[in-house]
Design a protein around this ligand. Structure first.
Ligand code: GLA
Length: 423
């Protein structure tokens, strides 16, 4: 199949090959019918056609925009309460029917419906229908994680000569912002209509000292569901005192649409020549290691399950893949291709572009099939995370790109998830 067919060219051509070039069937149908209608209407005479074309040129863009807005409403409804505080859920829909539901608790993606190659829409992220299930405790499903996504060794760092101690909520380390990270707070939300698509801007203000971090941090995440079938996630933050910041989305993808199936048959490409090997508690040991001749080489499309059980020290330490890849960049902060994930059965393909320097690929190794809050069971490796972010433990690793935000500066990062279909 063309998706994984090899070639003689370099790694980037493999990456490009995995990017679907086929027009999506649901787009063909939409475009075909409107063109056909216009053509039939205006064959009466050349003169009449010219007049109609002129009018169309003036009216069409507005009409198109108006009909697009009609197709992409943002709906808001109640999703329950945390104590006295209400949690809302917003539904964003684009002109092709792709739908993202985002709740204010944890600024989390609750569901994401995209079409397979037959045009069938299914949810491709792990999540629950009720807030109670999330409150019962889930491993960051779809959430915006912060103030520092990923691990900080011993929950400790020194900044400008001062030491800070964070809660240790993952063995000896601090993980995803500590005991109560940004994923466990209610964000305020504002819906916005843009030319590209419907957007939701969420804000959370983290008090100085919260979870041990210095400075009051005002964080924003904006989700925009575009007409070109991509979900754009943008982060911004400002602080009142120097602090580490690393914001990331923690969606677990299962492109098959059947959330009981494992992700082991999916095909993954990662645009990275290097990764950061870890110690037994998943803290990078400081080395940037080449992926060449390792089970970590995803520069050409690889079936995830093919090497996941290799006798490899790093795979054993991670209980599978749970590592940070150093993304190949033309320049720091350029928006570049990070990864392509494809489910050959359904034909769904996800292309990820980001301004971030790293990608944590986590193969769902801690999903254990035990019932979660709502009674739903998510089995071992039935979802995988592709978390675009800074490298783990950066506050303690001076050789890694800096994650320190200072007053007067703006933290900003952008990740695009493009939903495609391969034949
Ligand atoms: C991250 C980590 C994993 C795990 C999950 C949550 O992605 O890298 O080790 O902790 O979150 O279960």
């Amino acid at each position: 199949m063309p998706l994984i067919a090899g070639g003689l060219e370099g790694p980037s051509s493999y990456l490009l090959r995995q990017i679907a070039t086929a027009a999506q069937p649901w787009q063909d149908i939409a475009l075909g019918s409107s063109n056909g209608r216009i053509m039939r209407k205006h064959t009466v005479s050349l003169a009449l056609s010219a007049v109609v074309c002129l009018v169309a040129a003036v009216v069409w863009p507005r009409a198109a925009l108006a009909s697009e807005s009609a197709h992409r409403p943002i709906e808001k409804s109640s999703f329950g309460r945390v104590g006295n505080d209400a949690v809302e859920i917003y539904t964003l829909t684009n002109a092709h029917g792709i739908e993202a539901r985002i709740m204010t608790y944890g600024a989390a993606i609750v569901s994401l419906k995209t079409p397979d190659r037959a045009g069938r829409f299914q949810n491709i992220v792990l999540g629950f229908d009720t807030l109670d299930a999330y409150l019962a405790g889930v491993p960051y499903f779809g959430a915006s994680v912060g103030r520092y996504a990923n691990r900080i060794a011993d929950g400790r760092f020194t900044l400008d000569g001062k030491s800070y101690q964070l809660p240790k909520n993952d063995g000896p380390n601090s993980l995803h912002g500590g005991a109560r990270g940004f994923d466990k707070h209610i964000w305020t939300a504002e819906s916005i209509q843009t030319r590209q698509g419907a957007a939701l801007r969420l804000t959370y203000v983290s008090a100085a000292g919260e979870e041990g971090y210095p400075g009051r941090l005002t964080a924003h995440v904006t989700y925009r569901l575009d007409h070109d079938d991509s979900l754009v996630i943008e982060y911004q933050a400002v602080t009142t005192a120097p602090t580490p910041v690393n914001l990331a989305n923690h969606a677990y993808f299962n492109l098959s649409g059947d959330l009981q199936r494992t992700i082991l048959d999916d095909v993954l490409t990662i645009n990275a020549d290097l990764f950061t090997p870890v110690n037994a508690t998943l803290i990078p040991i400081g080395e940037l290691r080449s992926v060449t001749n390792t089970s970590f080489d995803f520069r050409k499309p690889q079936v995830i399950g093919r090497r996941i059980n290799d006798k490899d020290e790093q795979l054993q330490l991670g209980h599978g893949y749970d590592h940070n890849w150093v993304l190949n960049k033309t320049r720091p902060e350029a928006l570049t291709l990070a990864a392509v994930l494809t489910d050959p059965d359904s034909g769904r393909s996800l292309e990820i572009r980001t301004t971030q320097p790293g990608l944590q690929f986590y193969s769902g190794n801690f999903l254990d099939g035990k019932p979660s809050g709502g009674g739903t069971v998510f089995k071992y490796r039935t979802g995988l995370c592709l978390e675009t972010q800074h490298f783990p433990d950066s506050p303690n690793q001076p050789a890694f790109p800096s994650t320190i935000l200072r007053p007067g500066k703006m933290y900003s990062a952008k990740t695009e998830l493009a939903f495609r279909v391969v034949k």
